[in-house]
Design a protein around this ligand. Structure first.
Ligand code: ZN
Length: 134
């Protein structure tokens, strides 16, 4: 498995508009638009930082994963995403190493990337996402 870089850091927020006030208006990161990923019940906002980005995650549904996270933990870092060169090979390797996965096979995330989440029980409590962009 080859991790190329941190692709993005996902930050759960009560609202992207409020998050923008700190991350963009104060820190000066460009706010490059939003995308709703219906399957994940989330609207993602993109704020590039060099080759990576901060992704704000606003829930679109009280039953969705971000709503549940906010309810339990409040706003804050939700996951770290590593960009890999070959997500299928990476998942195979992790399975062979006995790492518990949330996604056994990749699905399509924001920006059309192929993504998969590792189980936080296998990572010391950090929700880790793998991400491949072609
Ligand atoms: Zn992500």
């Amino acid at each position: 498995m080859k991790i190329l870089q941190i692709d993005h850091i996902g930050v759960a927020v009560n609202s992207n508009a409020a998050g923008k006030q700190f991350w963009s208006d104060i820190l000066g990161l460009p706010f490059e638009g939003e995308e709703t990923v219906a399957e994940q019940k989330v609207t993602t906002a993109f704020l590039p930082v060099g080759e990576s980005e901060v992704e704000l995650l606003e829930s679109t549904d009280p039953g969705g994963p971000i709503a549940k996270f906010l309810e339990k933990k409040g706003e804050g870092v939700h996951h770290i995403a590593f960009r890999v060169d070959d997500i299928d090979a990476a998942l195979d390797e992790l399975k062979n190493k006995g790492v518990k996965l949330i996604d056994e096979t990749p699905r399509i995330g924001a920006g059309g990337a192929r993504i998969a989440f590792l189980h936080p029980k296998a990572t010391g409590g950090v929700l880790v996402e793998l991400c491949q962009r072609d």
